[in-house]
Design a protein around this ligand. Structure first.
Ligand code: URA
Length: 233
Protein backbone atom coordinates (compact mmCIF):
# COMPACT_ATOMS: atom_id res chain seq x y z
CA UNK A 1 0.00 0.00 0.00
CA UNK A 2 1.03 3.62 -0.40
CA UNK A 3 3.00 4.94 2.54
CA UNK A 4 0.46 6.77 4.73
CA UNK A 5 3.11 9.09 6.13
CA UNK A 6 4.28 10.25 2.72
CA UNK A 7 3.31 13.73 1.58
CA UNK A 8 2.08 14.34 -1.94
CA UNK A 9 5.17 16.13 -3.20
CA UNK A 10 8.67 16.33 -1.81
CA UNK A 11 12.29 16.69 -2.92
CA UNK A 12 11.89 19.95 -4.88
CA UNK A 13 14.89 21.01 -6.95
CA UNK A 14 14.36 24.71 -6.27
CA UNK A 15 12.12 26.97 -4.22
CA UNK A 16 10.48 28.16 -7.45
CA UNK A 17 9.58 24.59 -8.32
CA UNK A 18 8.09 24.08 -4.87
CA UNK A 19 6.00 27.24 -5.22
CA UNK A 20 4.83 26.14 -8.65
CA UNK A 21 3.91 22.69 -7.31
CA UNK A 22 1.75 24.30 -4.63
CA UNK A 23 0.06 26.47 -7.25
CA UNK A 24 -0.67 23.46 -9.46
CA UNK A 25 -2.05 21.41 -6.57
CA UNK A 26 -4.49 24.25 -5.81
CA UNK A 27 -5.37 24.52 -9.50
CA UNK A 28 -6.13 20.81 -9.84
CA UNK A 29 -8.12 20.72 -6.60
CA UNK A 30 -10.25 23.64 -7.73
CA UNK A 31 -10.74 22.46 -11.32
CA UNK A 32 -14.30 22.41 -12.64
CA UNK A 33 -13.44 22.09 -16.35
CA UNK A 34 -15.48 18.92 -16.86
CA UNK A 35 -18.46 17.25 -15.20
CA UNK A 36 -16.29 14.77 -13.29
CA UNK A 37 -15.75 17.41 -10.60
CA UNK A 38 -19.38 17.00 -9.55
CA UNK A 39 -18.92 13.39 -8.45
CA UNK A 40 -15.47 13.55 -6.91
CA UNK A 41 -14.60 13.57 -3.22
CA UNK A 42 -11.37 15.27 -4.25
CA UNK A 43 -9.15 15.70 -7.29
CA UNK A 44 -5.96 13.62 -7.17
CA UNK A 45 -2.90 15.63 -8.17
CA UNK A 46 -0.29 12.90 -7.95
CA UNK A 47 2.40 11.82 -5.53
CA UNK A 48 6.15 11.62 -5.57
CA UNK A 49 9.44 13.42 -5.82
CA UNK A 50 9.63 16.76 -7.58
CA UNK A 51 13.14 15.62 -8.61
CA UNK A 52 11.71 12.47 -10.24
CA UNK A 53 13.40 11.15 -13.35
CA UNK A 54 10.44 8.89 -14.13
CA UNK A 55 6.83 10.04 -14.33
CA UNK A 56 4.41 7.13 -14.20
CA UNK A 57 1.02 7.94 -15.63
CA UNK A 58 -2.08 5.83 -15.02
CA UNK A 59 -5.68 6.25 -16.04
CA UNK A 60 -7.84 7.97 -13.43
CA UNK A 61 -8.52 7.77 -9.71
CA UNK A 62 -10.67 4.91 -8.49
CA UNK A 63 -12.64 4.74 -5.25
CA UNK A 64 -9.59 4.50 -2.96
CA UNK A 65 -7.76 7.31 -4.73
CA UNK A 66 -10.84 9.53 -4.64
CA UNK A 67 -11.18 8.88 -0.93
CA UNK A 68 -7.56 9.35 0.11
CA UNK A 69 -6.26 11.76 -2.53
CA UNK A 70 -3.29 9.53 -3.43
CA UNK A 71 -2.84 7.91 -6.87
CA UNK A 72 -2.56 4.14 -7.10
CA UNK A 73 -3.32 3.45 -3.47
CA UNK A 74 -5.48 0.35 -4.02
CA UNK A 75 -4.62 -3.16 -5.20
CA UNK A 76 -3.23 -2.03 -8.59
CA UNK A 77 -1.04 0.46 -6.79
CA UNK A 78 0.19 -2.23 -4.45
CA UNK A 79 1.38 -4.22 -7.46
CA UNK A 80 2.96 -1.20 -9.16
CA UNK A 81 4.72 -0.06 -5.99
CA UNK A 82 5.99 -3.57 -5.20
CA UNK A 83 7.55 -3.80 -8.67
CA UNK A 84 9.19 -0.39 -8.19
CA UNK A 85 10.43 -1.41 -4.75
CA UNK A 86 11.99 -4.53 -6.25
CA UNK A 87 13.80 -2.44 -8.88
CA UNK A 88 15.02 0.16 -6.40
CA UNK A 89 14.12 0.29 -2.70
CA UNK A 90 14.79 4.05 -2.94
CA UNK A 91 12.39 4.52 -5.86
CA UNK A 92 10.30 7.13 -4.01
CA UNK A 93 13.11 9.63 -4.45
CA UNK A 94 13.10 9.07 -8.21
CA UNK A 95 9.49 8.58 -9.28
CA UNK A 96 6.34 10.68 -9.50
CA UNK A 97 3.01 8.89 -9.98
CA UNK A 98 -0.08 10.54 -11.41
CA UNK A 99 -3.02 9.94 -13.71
CA UNK A 100 -4.22 11.07 -17.12
CA UNK A 101 -7.48 12.25 -15.55
CA UNK A 102 -7.48 13.73 -12.05
CA UNK A 103 -11.05 13.03 -10.93
CA UNK A 104 -12.77 9.69 -10.50
CA UNK A 105 -15.17 8.79 -13.30
CA UNK A 106 -18.53 7.48 -11.97
CA UNK A 107 -18.50 3.79 -11.10
CA UNK A 108 -14.82 3.85 -12.10
CA UNK A 109 -15.68 3.67 -15.81
CA UNK A 110 -13.02 4.59 -18.39
CA UNK A 111 -12.73 8.37 -18.78
CA UNK A 112 -14.40 9.71 -21.92
CA UNK A 113 -12.09 11.18 -24.59
CA UNK A 114 -13.57 14.65 -23.88
CA UNK A 115 -12.65 14.29 -20.20
CA UNK A 116 -9.12 13.26 -21.11
CA UNK A 117 -8.83 16.27 -23.42
CA UNK A 118 -10.10 18.66 -20.73
CA UNK A 119 -7.54 17.28 -18.28
CA UNK A 120 -4.62 17.52 -20.71
CA UNK A 121 -3.56 20.96 -19.52
CA UNK A 122 -2.98 19.52 -16.01
CA UNK A 123 -0.80 16.84 -17.54
CA UNK A 124 1.18 19.42 -19.49
CA UNK A 125 1.59 21.48 -16.31
CA UNK A 126 2.92 18.44 -14.47
CA UNK A 127 5.42 17.48 -17.16
CA UNK A 128 6.64 21.08 -17.34
CA UNK A 129 6.98 21.14 -13.55
CA UNK A 130 8.91 17.88 -13.26
CA UNK A 131 10.80 17.80 -16.54
CA UNK A 132 11.29 14.05 -16.10
CA UNK A 133 13.71 11.99 -18.16
CA UNK A 134 10.97 9.61 -19.23
CA UNK A 135 7.21 9.14 -18.94
CA UNK A 136 5.90 5.61 -18.51
CA UNK A 137 2.30 5.24 -19.68
CA UNK A 138 0.58 2.40 -17.84
CA UNK A 139 -2.47 1.26 -19.74
CA UNK A 140 -4.26 2.38 -22.85
CA UNK A 141 -5.81 5.64 -21.59
CA UNK A 142 -2.38 7.10 -20.77
CA UNK A 143 -0.79 5.44 -23.81
CA UNK A 144 -3.27 6.92 -26.25
CA UNK A 145 -2.97 10.51 -25.04
CA UNK A 146 0.83 10.40 -24.75
CA UNK A 147 1.19 8.91 -28.23
CA UNK A 148 -1.60 11.11 -29.69
CA UNK A 149 -3.09 7.88 -31.05
CA UNK A 150 -6.71 7.79 -29.92
CA UNK A 151 -7.34 4.21 -31.05
CA UNK A 152 -3.98 2.57 -30.35
CA UNK A 153 -3.80 -0.67 -28.40
CA UNK A 154 -1.36 -0.65 -25.49
CA UNK A 155 0.02 -4.04 -26.56
CA UNK A 156 1.00 -2.55 -29.93
CA UNK A 157 2.47 0.61 -28.41
CA UNK A 158 4.62 -1.39 -25.98
CA UNK A 159 5.81 -3.77 -28.67
CA UNK A 160 6.55 -1.24 -31.40
CA UNK A 161 6.91 2.24 -29.94
CA UNK A 162 9.10 2.28 -26.82
CA UNK A 163 10.78 5.70 -26.80
CA UNK A 164 9.45 6.59 -30.26
CA UNK A 165 6.92 9.16 -29.07
CA UNK A 166 7.63 12.29 -27.10
CA UNK A 167 5.27 14.33 -24.99
CA UNK A 168 6.47 17.92 -24.53
CA UNK A 169 9.79 16.57 -25.75
CA UNK A 170 10.00 13.89 -23.03
CA UNK A 171 10.39 10.31 -24.35
CA UNK A 172 7.41 8.07 -23.64
CA UNK A 173 7.47 4.36 -22.87
CA UNK A 174 4.47 2.07 -22.56
CA UNK A 175 3.32 -0.88 -20.52
CA UNK A 176 0.19 -2.66 -19.40
CA UNK A 177 -2.00 -1.29 -16.65
CA UNK A 178 -1.35 -3.04 -13.31
CA UNK A 179 -5.08 -3.86 -13.05
CA UNK A 180 -4.68 -5.86 -16.29
CA UNK A 181 -1.62 -7.59 -14.85
CA UNK A 182 -3.62 -8.57 -11.77
CA UNK A 183 -6.16 -10.23 -14.06
CA UNK A 184 -3.43 -11.70 -16.28
CA UNK A 185 -0.56 -12.64 -13.95
CA UNK A 186 1.26 -14.52 -16.74
CA UNK A 187 2.16 -11.05 -18.14
CA UNK A 188 3.81 -9.94 -14.88
CA UNK A 189 7.32 -10.65 -16.18
CA UNK A 190 6.80 -8.31 -19.15
CA UNK A 191 5.38 -5.63 -16.87
CA UNK A 192 8.41 -5.84 -14.57
CA UNK A 193 10.78 -5.61 -17.52
CA UNK A 194 8.94 -2.58 -18.95
CA UNK A 195 8.94 -0.72 -15.64
CA UNK A 196 12.62 -1.54 -15.12
CA UNK A 197 13.55 -0.42 -18.62
CA UNK A 198 11.77 2.91 -18.19
CA UNK A 199 13.23 3.44 -14.72
CA UNK A 200 16.76 2.71 -15.92
CA UNK A 201 16.28 4.98 -18.92
CA UNK A 202 15.14 7.74 -16.56
CA UNK A 203 18.24 7.20 -14.41
CA UNK A 204 20.49 7.57 -17.44
CA UNK A 205 18.86 10.84 -18.48
CA UNK A 206 18.99 12.06 -14.89
CA UNK A 207 22.68 11.32 -14.57
CA UNK A 208 23.39 13.04 -17.86
CA UNK A 209 21.19 16.01 -17.14
CA UNK A 210 19.40 17.20 -14.05
CA UNK A 211 21.80 16.24 -11.30
CA UNK A 212 24.75 17.62 -13.26
CA UNK A 213 23.20 21.03 -13.92
CA UNK A 214 25.10 23.61 -11.88
CA UNK A 215 22.33 26.21 -12.14
CA UNK A 216 20.03 24.15 -9.97
CA UNK A 217 22.21 24.65 -6.91
CA UNK A 218 22.37 22.53 -3.81
CA UNK A 219 19.16 21.40 -2.20
CA UNK A 220 18.20 23.31 0.93
CA UNK A 221 15.90 22.43 3.79
CA UNK A 222 13.22 24.60 2.25
CA UNK A 223 13.56 22.97 -1.15
CA UNK A 224 13.21 19.57 0.45
CA UNK A 225 10.04 20.43 2.34
CA UNK A 226 6.89 18.53 1.60
CA UNK A 227 3.82 19.89 -0.11
CA UNK A 228 0.26 18.79 0.41
CA UNK A 229 -1.23 16.56 3.03
CA UNK A 230 -2.23 13.01 2.48
CA UNK A 231 -4.13 10.67 4.67
CA UNK A 232 -3.68 7.05 5.39
CA UNK A 233 -4.48 4.82 2.46
N1 URA B 1 -5.48 4.03 -9.47
C1 URA B 1 -5.00 5.12 -10.09
O1 URA B 1 -4.65 6.12 -9.44
N2 URA B 1 -4.93 5.11 -11.41
C2 URA B 1 -5.28 4.06 -12.14
O2 URA B 1 -5.14 4.12 -13.34
C3 URA B 1 -5.80 2.93 -11.46
C4 URA B 1 -5.87 2.94 -10.13
Amino acid sequence: MADPTQSLCYGARTTDQLTEAMRLIRKVRGCTDCLLHKGRAQAVFGQGSLSAHTLILGEAPGANEDRYGIPFCGMSGELLRSVLEEIDPEYKQRVFISNTVRCRPPKTRDPFPAEVTKCQSHLEDLVTLLQPGVILAVGRVAGRILASQPRARISRLREESQGVFRFLNVPVMFTFHPAYIRRNPHELGYFKLDVKEAYQYGTTVDQAGHEAKPSEGPSTKEQGEDVGESRSC
